[in-house]
Design a protein around this ligand. Structure first.
Ligand code: SF4
Length: 449
């Protein structure tokens, strides 16, 4: 008798992710471990959302927890469930932004874990060790631009903590871009909004000094912003190198670099990290190594990252020979205009970056940025991640798709997913639409040849 062994088919991984990002992962893990033990070291802790205020907190002598970052980390490690369940039991609907739902769930758990003790350690130890270690806040600061959910997020956290934790809200004008002189980084609207936010940062610093009892260290702010500016320049230079054909690294590599640039302390280690990222990319160009095996298509990706699916999506696109190269979430966020930062007097440039949140622009500017990046990276199409609970990002996507088609002849597809809730992701939809778009691109190429 002949016995036929079952064959297992495994799809080879054609993505070639940068090795250096593992060092970024180590830095991030160390950062969170430090935060979890901050109270034992006598630090006061601030919870904040939105733009990267961490240099101000660093100079104010505080430990900081960025709400989206913590929610994203839980999702990336598939540990968001207990916090989201706690949020749902408290009454937060599943259609609420999954970043805020996760973080608000953590706040609820923090309070529950606080019963009978003063450490503020989150409960549910048996299910989610990481979620259980977020220390309770001494301050809330909200720094959200362009999204009403984001702007209310800390306000709701403040209520969860019975309005007993001081809160500071920074108000950001939406950059409509409708005035005749308005343009990207230009015009009176831009100038006046920049000054308006800068003045609030001055107030925030005084507020933190008064409530924390810590003297604000202006020299430390200038120093950390010098490091951040240099890291941001290296990041931009690395992104520039990725315009090469084939591309030496992809959007997914840059997603792995988001956390370091977004909230790690400004210091030499941050600069060394982005120098190493750029060096590895340059080395790949020199040796002819591409970020995707046999690059056949180049894509733009619009939408906030689906943190549950980072590795999965990078393999999926590579499997089709697709190099995803650029996206609103990478090119147009995270200290993306370092030339704006004056390291001797950094508050204005910082305020401007907070205003430059990619959800804080009118369609005219978003259109300009998207078409610019699609053209510069010479992409064949756009993949829109219809981020289910993030209306701020998805709102203008149909307009952008139409504009790319009309102005550049670039097709696009939409698929549904979410920032930190895996249940919204629909694999069949992405697979079938992606395949159809690639076939259409093949037909167009054949007709053109
Ligand atoms: S921009 Fe999106 S992810 Fe951020 S708070 Fe608003 S809804 Fe949530």
């Amino acid at each position: 008798m002949t016995v036929t062994m079952p064959t297992t088919t495994t799809t080879p991984d054609r993505s070639r992710r940068l090795a250096v990002t593992r060092e970024g992962g180590r830095m991030i893990a160390e950062y969170w471990d430090e935060l979890f033990t901050a109270r034992e070291r006598g630090k006061q802790i601030v919870w904040y959302n939105g733009g990267a205020l961490n240099p101000i907190f660093q100079a104010a002598g505080l430990a900081w927890c960025h709400g989206e970052a913590f929610a994203a980390r839980l999702a990336a490690q598939q540990l968001e469930g207990p916090a989201q369940l706690a949020g749902a039991e408290y009454g937060y609907n599943a259609e609420l932004c999954s970043y805020s739902r996760t973080h608000l769930g953590c706040a609820v758990l923090t309070l529950q874990g606080d019963e009978g003790g003063s450490t503020g350690v989150v409960g549910m130890h048996d299910q989610a060790e990481l979620a259980s270690r977020l220390p309770r806040p001494d301050f809330f600061v909200n720094n959200y631009a362009g999204c009403s959910t984001g702007q209310q997020w800390d306000e709701i956290s403040y209520r969860v903590f019975d309005k007993e934790v001081p809160i500071f809200n920074i108000s950001h004008p939406f950059l409509w871009g409708n005035k005749p002189d308005a343009g990207y980084l230009a015009g009176e609207e831009w100038e006046s909004a920049s000054r308006y936010v800068r003045d609030q940062l001055v107030d925030l610093i005084a507020w933190l000094e008064e409530r924390s009892g810590n003297r604000f260290d202006w020299d430390l702010l200038r120093e950390s912003m010098t490091y951040i500016k240099r890291a941001a320049e290296l990041r931009r230079e690395g992104l520039e190198l990725c315009k090469a054909k084939p591309a030496p690294a992809t959007f997914w590599d840059w997603i792995s670099c988001v956390a370091p640039i977004n909230f790690l302390p400004g210091d030499q280690r941050l600069v060394d990290y982005f120098q190493a990222v750029k060096d590895e990319i340059q080395d790949r160009i020199d040796r002819g190594i591409s970020g995707v095996e046999n690059e056949r298509y180049r894509m733009y990706f619009d939408g906030i990252m689906n943190w549950n699916k980072l590795g999965f999506l990078s393999r999926k696109f590579a499997e089709h020979g697709v190099a995803v190269l650029a996206g609103r979430y990478i090119q147009n966020a995270f200290w993306q205009e370092p030339q704006l930062i004056d390291t001797d007097d950094p508050l204005l440039g910082m305020a401007q970056h907070y205003l430059l949140c990619p959800t804080n622009h009118g369609t005219k500017t978003l259109d300009y940025l998207t078409l610019r990046d699609c053209a510069e990276y010479d992409v064949d199409g756009i993949v829109f991640h219809s981020t289910r609970t993030c209306r701020a990002f998805t709102g203008p996507q149909r307009l952008l798709a139409r504009s790319a088609q009309n102005n550049l002849g670039i097709p696009s597809i939409f698929f549904e997913g979410d920032v930190a809730d895996a249940s919204f992701y629909k694999e069949e939809i992405l697979e079938s639409r992606l395949t159809a778009m690639l076939e259409a691109i093949d037909v167009k190429r054949a007709q053109a040849s």
